[in-house]
Design a protein around this ligand. Sequence first.
Ligand code: BGC
Length: 417
Amino acid sequence: MKVISRLATAVYLASLIPFAAHAGEVEVLHWWTSGGEKRAADTLKQMVEAKGHTWKDFAVAGGGGEAAMTVLKTRAVSGNPPAAAQIKGPDIQEWGELGLLTDLNEVAKRQKWDELLPSQVADIMKYDGDYVAVPVNVHRVNWLWINPEVFAKAGAKPPTTLDELFTAADKLKAAGFIAIAHGGQPWQDGTVFEDLAFAILGPADFRKAFVDQDEAVLTGDKMVEVFATLKKLHGYIDANAAGRDWNAAAGLVINGKAGMQIMGDWAKSEWTAAGKIAGEDYSCIPFPGTQGSFAYNIDSLAMFKLADADNRKAQEDLAEIVMGKEFQAIFNKNKGSIPVRQDMDMSSFDSCAQASMKDFKEAAGNGGLQPSLAHGMAASSYVQGAVFDVVTNFFNDANADPKKAAQQLAAAIQAVQ
Ligand code: BGC
C-alpha cells in the first residue's frame, strides 16, 4: 500500500515537471468587477490556471474603466506595469509610442489572427505593424434593455424611434415605474449621449463629430438637438440616479422597478448572471433610431514588456487562450458581447448575441459600423474625458443651454487635441 502511494506521489510529481518548468505568473489589470463581469473574467483566470500559470488579479472597480486607467498609469510610471492590461482603441497606440508594449507576433502567426479578425479590429491591436494587444470581444453600445412585464403593466410598446421612446417613458412613469434606469456617473451620461448622437446625427456625421472632430458637426443644429434631447431624457430618470453603478441600474430593470436601461451589452451579463433568458425575461432592441448601425466597443488586453522568460510564456499563453474558440464562446456568453473571431458558430448563443453578430456584419457593409466614443474607440481618452465633462455638467444643470453645450463640446475637444 505504502509502495503504491509512494509511486503515485512520484508519478504525480513527475507530471508537474513540464508545468513547473514553464509556469509563470500573469498579472492582469481589468475592471470586470460586477457580478456578471466577474463570471466572465473568472473563465479567463481558470483557463490560465489550467495551463499551470498563476493568475494575479489586478481588478480596479469602476465601470467604463477610468479608475483602472489612472491606476495603470501610476504603475507604469513607477516602472512596474502588469503583464496585461485592458487598454482599448487609440490608447493602444499611445502606450505603444511609449515603448512599453511587447509584441505577440509569434502567437498571432501561429493562430492566424490576420485571417480570423476583421481588418479594422486587427489594425487597432497593432502598433507599428506588430500585434501588441489581443482582442477579447465585440461589445455593441447602442442597445436598449427592456423588462417586457413592466412594459405590459404600463401598456407601453418597445420603441423604434426617439418619439416612441418618450411615449413609452411617459406610460411607464404614469404607471409608477422608473421609466429609464440610469446611473449618474460621467461615463454613463456619456454612453446615453453617444446613443442619442448616433440616432440623431446618423453614422456618417457621428464619425465626423467624434473621429474627425469636425467643428461644423460638433456645433451644428443636429448636435444642439442631441443636447436638447438629453435634457428631455433627464426627466425620466429617478432622483436617486446620482452616483449609481451601471449594474445597480440594470438591477432595477431586472427586478421590475424600472422599465428600461440605455446601455451597452455588458448589461446583458447582469441578466445572464440573474438566470434570465433573452427574448423571454428581457428584450434587447437597438437603441431607437440606430437600427442597422453598430457602435462598437472592443475589449482588448495589451501586453507589457516582461523580463522573466516564464512570465513571458504565461503572457503568450494568455493571448493564445483569449483568441481560442473555447474562451471566445464561454467568455462572451457570460459577458454579453460577441466573439471577435469571425469563424464562430453562433447557434448556441442567445438571440441578443445572434442579432448583434448579424447587425455587426451588416453594418460593416453599409457604413453603419462606427467606433464608440464613450468607450474609448473613436478617440483618445483625453478627448473622451473632455466630452464626458461637458456632457455631465450639462446633464446635471437644469438651466444649461443646448446650443452653448454644443459650443463647449467643440471647444473642449479642441483644447485637448
Ligand atoms: C468595457 C466593458 C465593461 C463596461 C462596464 C466598458 O467600457 O468595455 O468590458 O463591462 O465598460 O464596466
